[in-house]
Ligand binder design. Structure first.
Ligand SMILES: CN1c2c(nc(N)[nH]c2=O)NC[C@@H]1CNc1ccc(C(=O)N[C@@H](CCC(=O)N[C@@H](CCC(=O)N[C@@H](CCC(=O)O)C(=O)O)C(=O)O)C(=O)O)cc1
Ligand SMILES: N[C@@H](CCS)C(=O)O
Ligand SMILES: [Zn+2]
Length: 769
């Protein structure tokens, strides 16, 4: 019998229940017990959804209150001493690592949080010491949650991040130089202990995720699989059977690693991303190994094309037989919203095109039946075929005017009028900025009052005029606070935006939106990606009204704030019927019009955020990566190059890993870049010297993800470190990212210290001159 399997389910719940519970706990509004109880309720609800859908293999330990990698850090007792020594409760220690802790005399920053592969989910990086040890926490979470499900009558397959990926996704702590993978010998026995405990609890199978297998691996990482999985093999029946899961890419280039998994029961591969790996993978499997075929997309919301999936599954069954094939989601469903059933406002034709997590689990179960007995699910197969056909034939998707404009794009439209030196000379005169100019990245606190007013406006409870007046008052407040703080380049604070991508999606043709389709981005923070269903165009200006108003009341330059084409694309659910480069160019043309309109309305500093540029980079080096960079960079340039030399183009990236695509960042030709840097080593900035980067840079001087307010001295120290790598005249002083998630008192406190630190250096260098 062909079994069905889900690699992971979204954690937030139907109404973002987990977000609400976590945030209530952080605000001291509910007790620890109440929060843990809510977690338990959600886990049970999610297992039940999968069971009711008929899924055979249901995951556990996929739930996390903040992040699943952070869970591993804690249950392997890999918590850095700066947290353990605070003697917080396990839950508070866990959140302290996730989001920092500044309360009751404890002041400890968060661990670094970075992108999970090429997704918009963020994980907490294991941060390891030279003298790192590991041990298994008492009553470890995977065992607890397995037993919890068992008690509810559901035998689950626990999910663990595998030892090689756990280490390879980690880093040495500041002050340590350990190569994480060298810690394998110490970590593997603890995995064995955990696996034994799972077996003792009744787990017959474990899903062990080794997604790093889709990367080009360093030799020492590649070599680590053998000893790790040999140790598991040596444990024999004392541990559950293992299914090694990979996703978000193909593993063909790492086939030489597969013998390491010869004792594993099966291998899971992502056949949505790389269907062509099916046949080569089949050939690599051991004589009785199972193939877990990831055919239901864990990263997008389109209804599965059953006919296409069944083709792949038939190929697998023909080669392996029914008992050696599992129908699975391509990855965890963490990256998809909870249920389509909550969407009451989608156009009816479009509604039929989608499938969210709760629907995808049904798809997996239907496919598992259909592959051997299509008649048993004939109605479902017919309905699916009809929906796929309706979408393929829909007139929503095609706008000839957009196509005409794309066909007329010229190479010249991608370039600014002059080189940076000429532009900068004009900008300097025009904007009269001091040395070490201070600015912020765009958003100011999205207070609950802002959200409530927007919600009232959306529901028609207040008029457009009332809402506009409210937004104007928020902009007044943002400007007056920046006056007080004495910043140099102002922002309007983005109070009118629900999200930096959704906001633009809502103003562009070619998109549809949801009301409840939340996806976890990090911790308790969620996003509601708009969905691209057709050719994209801009019916009217999107940001001019607010930026123009803000500039009219500001005594300093006001920065216009746009989300770049690549980020709009990446943080939407894109179409799968048209290449992403085409969608991106359509977005670029729409944004180009906006940039030009902002300039025409007196906005002479324009920031076009591209935080998703790095995330979109294909995970492996090679021609695919080169092709991506070419169209992504061209889209940014097309969006921004329509302005005069005297207008300063900024761009923002909230990550610090530039090493492998520095040339692309440089090719954007932005006058000023702001990047994340506060939680990574300032040494990463060395690439800017090595590559003789000529333009201006603002490496973030503080972590905005944490409520913690750093002391002025910390800012000075950070700037001092940056000056080892950047010239004073090219250095801007700004936070890592926007401040929408912070409270005003945190923002005022941190920015006061930041501006004071900038002034200190301004004075110091003025005296030197
Ligand atoms: C910069 N980041 C972003 C990423 N992706 C994006 N799409 N957007 C980003 O900004 N990826 C990388 C990083 C990740 N960082 C963040 C940071 C912050 C958030 C965040 O704050 N998310 C909010 C939701 C934002 C939103 O859409 N708000 C809406 C709806 C607000 C709401 O909840 N309304 C209530 C009713 C009102 C009330 O009573 O409060 C409701 O609908 O029930 C809005 O403001 O209108 C979050 O809360 O998680 C995400 C990623
Ligand atoms: N302008 C946006 C960028 C976030 S990446 C903000 O400030 O929130
Ligand atoms: Zn950012």
């Amino acid at each position: 019998m062909v079994q069905s399997s889900v690699l992971g389910f979204p954690r937030m719940g139907v109404l973002r229940d987990l977000k609400k519970a976590n945030e209530a706990y952080w605000a001291d509004k509910i007790s620890q017990e109440a929060l843990l109880e809510e977690g338990k309720r959600l886990r049970l609800a999610h297992w039940k959804i999968q069971k009711d859908a008929g899924v055979d293999i249901i995951p556990s330990n996929d739930f996390a209150h903040y992040d699943h990698v952070l869970d591993h850090i804690q249950f392997f007792n890999a918590v850095p001493e700066r947290y353990t020594k605070q003697k917080l409760s396990p839950l508070d220690e866990y959140f302290a690592m996730g989001r920092g802790h500044q309360k009751g005399g404890v002041d400890v920053p968060a661990l670094e949080m970075v992108k999970w592969f090429d997704s918009n989910y963020h994980y907490v990086k294991p941060t390891l010491q030279d003298n790192q040890t590991f041990s298994l926490a008492e009553n470890p979470k995977p065992v607890r949650e397995f037993l919890e499900a068992k008690e509810a009558g559901i035998i689950t397959r626990p999910v663990l991040v595998g030892p090689v990926s756990f280490l390879a996704l980690g880093k040495a702590d500041r002050g340590s130089s350990v190569n994480p993978i060298s810690l394998l010998d110490k970590l593997v026995p603890v995995y064995v202990e955990l696996l034994k405990a799972l077996k003792a609890a009744g787990a017959e199978n474990v899903q062990i995720d080794e997604p790093t297998l889709v990367f080009d691996l360093a030799p020492e990482v590649k070599a680590a699989f053998k000893p790790a999985y040999e140790a598991f093999a040596a444990a024999g029946d004392a541990i559950p059977s293992l299914v090694v899961a990979t996703y978000f890419g193909d593993i063909v280039h790492n086939f030489d690693v597969l013998p390491a998994f010869s004792a594993a029961k099966g291998i899971h591969v992502d056949l949505v991303r790389n269907p062509e790996q099916l046949e080569p993978v089949i050939k690599q499997l051991g004589p009785s190994q199972i193939l877990s075929a990831g055919v239901v997309d864990g990263r997008n919301i389109w209804k599965n094309d059953f006919a296409k999936s069944l083709d792949l599954l038939q190929t697998a069954i023909k080669a392996l037989g029914e008992d050696r094939v599992i129908v699975a989601t391509s990855s965890s469903l963490l990256h998809t919203p909870h249920t389509l059933a909550s969407e009451k406002k989608l156009p009816t034709d479009v509604y039929e095109w989608f499938s969210f997590a709760s629907e995808k689990v049904k798809e997996v179960a239907i496919l598992a039946k259909a592959v051997t007995n299509p008649e048993a699910v004939r109605a479902e197969l017919d309905a699916n075929a009809a929906a796929i056909k309706a979408r393929a034939e829909s007139t929503r998707t095609n706008d000839p005017k957009v196509k005409e404009r794309q066909a007329a794009v010229t190479p010249e439209q991608h370039n600014r009028k002059s080189g940076f030196d000429t532009r900068y000379a004009q900008q300097k005169k025009h904007l009269s900025l001091p040395l070490f100019p201070t600015t912020t990245i765009g958003s100011f606190p999205q207070t609950s009052e802002i959200r409530v007013q927007r919600n009232k406006f959306t529901k028609g409870e207040i008029s457009a005029e009332e809402y506009d007046n409210f937004i104007k008052k928020e902009i007044d407040l943002a400007v007056s606070i920046q006056d007080e703080l004495d910043l140099d380049v102002y922002v309007h604070g983005e109070p009118e935006r629900n999200d930096m991508v959704q906001y633009f999606g809502e103003r562009l043709n070619g998109y549809v939106f949801t009301t409840h389709a939340w996806v976890q981005s990090y911790g308790s923070r969620c996003v509601r990606p708009p969905i691209i269903v057709g050719d994209i165009s801009r019916p009217a200006p999107m940001t001019v009204k607010e930026s123009k108003y803000a500039a009219s009341i500001s005594k300093k330059p006001m920065k216009g704030m746009l989300t770049g084409p690549v980020t709009c694309l990446r943080w939407s659910f894109p179409r799968v019927d048209v290449h992403q480069s085409v969608q991106c160019q359509q977005l670029a043309l729409a944004l180009r019009d906006e940039v030009v309109d902002l300039e025409a309305n007196g906005i002479y500093v324009i920031q076009v955020d591209e935080p998703a540029l790095r995330e979109g980079l294909p995970l492996r080096k090679g021609s695919e990566r080169d092709a991506y960079l070419e169209w992504a960079v061209n889209s940014f340039k097309l969006a921004t190059a329509g302005v005069e030399d005297s207008t300063q183009i900024h761009s923002h990236f909230c990550y610090s890993e530039f090493q492998d695509f520095f040339h692309a960042i440089a090719a954007l030709d932005a006058d000023v870049l702001s990047i994340e840097n506060s939680k990574s080593d300032a040494k990463l900035l060395k690439v800017f010297i090595d590559e003789a980067y000529p333009r201006h840079i603002g490496p973030g001087v503080y972590d905005i993800h944490s409520p913690r307010v750093p002391a002025e001295e910390e800012f000075k120290q950070r700037i001092e470190e940056m000056l080892e790598f950047l010239r004073p005249e090219q250095l801007w002083i700004n936070p890592d990212c926007g401040l929408k998630t912070r409270k005003w008192d945190e923002v005022k406190g941190a920015l006061t210290h930041m501006v004071n630190a900038a002034k200190y250096f301004r004075e110091k260098y003025a005296n030197k001159a």
